[in-house]
Design a protein around this ligand. Sequence first.
Ligand SMILES: [Zn+2]
Length: 207
Amino acid sequence: MSVKFNVPDTIEFIRPFITDGPLNGMYEAIEVHFHWGSPLCKGSEHQINQRRYDLEMHIVHLNTKYGSVEEAREYDDGIAVIGAFFKVEKTALPTFHPGLDTVFNTVPFVLLYNSSATTNQLFTLGSMLANINRDNFYTYQGSLTTPPCSQAVTWIVYPEVIPIPLFQLQNFWFVRDDRGRKLLNNFRPVQPLGAREVYHRSADEYY
Ligand SMILES: [Zn+2]
């Protein structure tokens, strides 16, 4: 369970997409959701050098050669997920990135299970990534972090962390699950690396 928003078509009637880099084909953005912890525990799913962060955002993309998530998750090139971290900084102001602010400010309106809210704000999906350097990322082949946890995902994880003020994180701690309890720590435990390789691409390496 999470807070998520579905990505609509753009005003040009196409969905935002990513391509190139570690990806073969075109991947359309379909959904953005979050993983968080609790007042006692940081909640990111990924760790970088054993370090966990307060909040992790996933932008889920579907390979356009498949018709649905159900179909795409049967194939190892089916899905690509961009992961980004957020960290509370006492001095952080609201982000002033229209996408992030719109989403964070909507969280208090969707605290109850199965509730939804609509926003008429226009923003780019790119603005959800604030100012992080998009040439610096880790990539690996992995799985969905929610059941059925299919091995269908090309992960693209940015190590650069986006600062947010505490109240934007705290909004997530009031979200309720299907039984009305606080939904906390909705991250999957870190999985063994096994035989998988993790690649780090940094723009600096090319100079
Ligand atoms: Zn996720």
